[in-house]
Design a protein around this ligand. Structure first.
Ligand code: SF4
Length: 226
């Protein structure tokens, strides 16, 4: 990467971390994806009960494989054999876990976290329940503000996830949301009936937290997930 561009991104990460800290998040930075496991192994306590959301970032991070082989209890929510009821039970167990791992759809330089869910299990765990939440994001998810966060989801994150999940949606065919435009009055909403089979049900902005460092954001100086 061009040295000037790299320096600019580094400054944006620094500002993001400072504002996350002011908003009561724990924050860490690692240069490389391969640095994540060594960092996380210094943060996790043996015997912890660990849950994790579905996330391309987490899969690419190596952390899921790490916790599966670590001296902890990992609540696996992915199995083609699970019934709907069993999957619900796993999601409920995540809410009382010691540690919950997730990613976010965007992090603003103002220190906000933006997430969009289809079934809301990740949003529920981010909001309340797990004693500690680690959010792992690549530098590609840092945006200036919430409008850019919404745009990022509509133009990239949700279409890519809908393709991954093999959904029959407008964005799968066209590469952007059926409602790509938005304004101050319609920041997040999808027009009624515009996307019946979509993955964008709920829109969460996490701002200043009342419980200091319950949520810990780890930023990676590489591209991770989408
Ligand atoms: S609302 Fe529907 S079309 Fe728009 S990004 Fe989400 S899944 Fe795709």
């Amino acid at each position: 990467m061009d040295v000037n561009k790299a320096k600019t991104i580094r400054l944006q990460i620094k500002r993001t971390m400072e504002n996350l800290e002011k908003n009561n998040y724990g924050v860490s930075y690692v240069n490389l994806i391969s640095d994540l496991v060594p960092l996380f192994s210094s943060l996790i306590e043996k015997g912890s009960v660990v849950g994790a959301s579905g996330s391309v970032s987490l899969s690419e991070s190596g952390l899921i494989d790490f916790v599966k082989n670590y001296d902890c209890t990992f609540i696996e929510r992915y199995s083609p054999l699970y019934t709907k009821e069993e999957l619900h039970e796993k999601n409920m167990q995540h809410l009382s876990s010691d540690i919950y791992l997730a990613s976010a759809n965007a992090i603003t330089q103002r220190g906000e976290i933006y997430c969009v869910d289809g079934s809301n299990n990740r949003l529920a765990a981010l909001l309340y329940g797990p004693k500690k939440v680690y959010i792992i994001v690549g530098q590609n998810k840092i945006v200036n503000n919430l409008k850019e966060a919404v745009n990022r989801v509509k133009q990239l994150a949700a279409p890519a996830n809908a393709i991954r999940l093999d959904r029959d949606t407008y964005c799968v065919k066209h590469g952007h949301c059926v409602a790509p435009l938005f304004d101050d009055k319609h920041l997040m909403s999808i027009p009624v009936g515009a996307c019946e089979k979509g993955i964008c049900s709920s829109f969460l902005v996490l701002g200043r937290q009342s419980i200091k460092e319950r949520i810990h954001v780890i930023i990676v100086g590489e591209e991770l997930g989408y």
